[in-house]
Design a protein around this ligand. Structure first.
Ligand code: EPZ
Length: 419
């Protein structure tokens, strides 16, 4: 069992650089299947999830050569398989993006059903709706998703629910469908736009990504490309929340300030001082934090993936804050009980948590039930008096590039131990 030992009450000072966006990379890597050629990817986050996707590509016959910790050449001209090996795909929800890209390349795909996770069932009905409207037949048997088509046809698809995954998956299939596809009620996250830009650099014809309507004119052939993935909005936001909670002065580099506005505004409301540069943001927190209210929502709203991190800041703020979740209503249960064991005062009522600020948090042994919950518990440990043990850190290590190294460089007293 791997765990992190965090000695708290340390303020954070220094500079940290955000890596490539995890949620863009886990879409762009499967998207390379659509080009019968070589793609050079830069600013790929050096995390378990990207390595697992590289393994899936290799298992299907593609070659993946790491040029550095954060760059790779992917050649899918030798790809022969349209089945993603179950023993690899079952470990990762984003494996399902291979359905869209393999349908576009081969007209067929077989991928494991995505596992649930600790904050809800996370259905894929909107993915299936989009594939079927494009002319694919979807079958789910023995935990596997089978997709087949005689030929994808452009369609007008109105998603019943704004879904990052469904928007991405259907876009991956539609770029090779014949004719025009119109997607409405789509997700507008930065990683949606990044994927569209990547696909267009391969020769796709996608317009409107980042707005409510995406129009895709299908093309016959996509070619290899060189592409650099955008910085990770949530990783950068996590470090901004960390210094807001602990106090200190940190420059977060390699960010796109526009993507951070929803997070920056809330941290400023709580009393952090934020200075925005072209590709970096400095966060300074000296005085006591003040309460605020947050309602998570799809981009450009406050991201659900920052819910847990901002809750830690609220726990230490003067006054009573309210945090309302609109995407995954059970997400609170991934970390609130753990924070309460550290002295936080949180009352959950349906989709809203009421957080009464306390003077300080105290170290405890806590369990990271998901990626962002784990990051939040590390932040809580850094802010708390005493020592915190964060167990089950495999989630955190899957999604955060060199978390320990980056926090240590900011003055954190944190180390990883294995039982
Ligand atoms: C992506 O998950 C992210 N994961 C999540 O980040 C993020 O929390 C989420 O988007 C929202 O921003 C990746 O990008 C790999 P959704 P996804 O489809 O695509 C419902 C992290 O920490 N829904 O936008 O699965 C769903 O149940 C992870 O990096 C349907 O009902 O999220 C949810 O309530 C955690 N039917 C809502 O839509 C569907 O077919 C939004 O989910 C699909 C989704």
């Amino acid at each position: 069992m791997k765990k992190l030992i965090v000695n708290g009450a340390e303020q954070l000072y220094g500079e940290v650089s955000s890596g490539g966006a995890k949620n863009a990379a886990v879409a762009i890597i499967p998207a390379t299947v659509l080009a019968r050629g070589r793609c050079v990817l830069e600013n790929v986050p050096d995390i378990h999830d990207t390595e697992l996707l590289f393994s899936m590509l290799r298992a299907m016959g593609a070659t993946v050569e790491k040029l550095s910790r954060t760059s790779a050449i992917i050649d899918t001209s030798t790809l022969t398989e349209s089945t993603v090996p179950y023993e690899l795909s079952k470990h990762m929800r984003a494996s399902y993006y291979f359905i869209g890209s393999l349908l576009g390349r081969f007209g067929q795909a077989c991928v494991s059903m995505p596992g649930g996770c600790n904050f809800g069932v996370r259905p894929i009905d909107q993915h299936i709706k989009g594939f079927e409207l494009l002319g694919a037949e979807i079958r789910i048997e023995n935990g596997l998703i089978y997709a087949d088509t005689e030929g994808l046809q452009g369609a007008h698809i109105y998603f019943d629910q704004v879904s990052v995954g469904a928007t991405i998956n259907v876009m991956l299939a539609a770029v090779k469908a014949s004719g025009m596809t119109v997607l409405e009620n789509v997700a507008k996250e930065p990683h949606i736009v990044d994927l569209a830009n990547f696909l267009n650099s391969m020769g796709a014809d996608i317009r409107g990504a980042g707005t409510d309507v995406i129009k895709i004119r299908g093309v016959d052939v996509l070619h290899g490309t060189d592409y650099s993935i955008i910085p990770d909005q949530i990783e950068a936001g996590t470090y901004m929340a960390a210094v807001t909670a602990t106090g200190g002065n940190v420059l977060v580099q390699n960010v796109i300030p526009k993507h951070m506005e929803c997070i920056t505004s809330k941290l400023e409301e709580m009393g952090a001082k934020v200075i925005v540069f072209d590709d970096a943001i400095r966060v300074i927190r000296t005085g006591k934090l003040r309460w605020t209210t947050v309602k998570t929502s799809p981009y450009p709203g406050f991201p659900t993936d920052m819910q847990a991190q901002v809750c830690v800041c609220m726990s230490l703020a003067k006054g009573t804050s309210r945090l309302t979740e609109s995407v995954y209503e059970t997400r609170f249960f991934g970390y609130c009980a753990e924070l309460e064991s550290m002295g936080a005062n949180i009352k959950i009522n349906g989709k809203t948590a009421t957080v009464v600020g306390v003077e300080e948090l105290y170290g405890a042994t806590v369990f990271a039930h998901d990626l962002r919950a784990g990051a939040a518990l590390v932040i809580a440990g850094l802010s708390a008096q005493g020592t915190t043990q964060v167990e089950d850190i495999h989630y955190v290590e899957r999604g955060y590039e060199d978390l320990i190294g980056k926090l240590t460089a900011l003055g954190a007293d944190i180390r990883r131990v294995e039982d």
